[in-house]
Write a protein that binds this ligand. Structure first.
Ligand code: SF4
Length: 149
């Protein structure tokens, strides 16, 4: 019989997400993200990254580190974390999807089988944090900034 693990504190949760991102960076998958920001144009691409709670908490930390308390929707429908200089304002804190998906120029989507174990770790952490699965960027990060979880 499996026993549910206790909910981690914020520091432990953030450390786990960072460890998962480090493990991803150590994978042999070729990536060439040069901050072209094409994948950040949600309205144009019709795609939005979805975040587990741990990812949202870390992204919210990035928003605060960038000196903002809230994310405001952009009139052009791009990611609200995209800066006026067309660069990600939370690059070191960006979610898993921004590191693995969307962008053809950066190498295209990493096949799920190459990162399935990392996704499972993010999902397991989400469950331990009381989450109910991945949610779109703006809702997930907005709730994390509001202290909703
Ligand atoms: S978090 Fe950063 S990299 Fe990801 S979509 Fe938003 S601006 Fe782009």
């Amino acid at each position: 019989m499996s026993r549910r693990q206790p909910s981690p504190g914020l520091a432990d949760a953030l450390a786990e997400v960072r460890a998962i991102y480090r493990d991803l960076a150590d994978r042999p998958a070729e990536r060439d993200c040069r901050s072209l920001a094409g994948c950040c144009q949600f309205r144009q691409t019709g795609r939005t990254p979805v975040l587990t709670r741990g990812e949202a908490l870390l992204a919210a930390k990035g928003v605060r580190a960038a000196g903002r308390k809230q994310l405001k929707p952009r009139p052009d429908g791009a990611c609200p974390a995209l800066g006026v200089d067309n660069r990600c304002t939370i690059y070191d804190f960006r979610p898993f999807g921004c590191r693995t998906h969307f962008c053809a120029a950066a190498g295209g989507m990493i096949p799920r089988r190459q990162v399935a174990d990392l996704i499972q770790r993010l999902e397991a952490l989400d469950e331990r944090l009381g989450g109910d699965g991945s949610r779109p960027f703006e809702a997930a990060v907005g709730d994390a900034l509001d202290g909703a979880f």
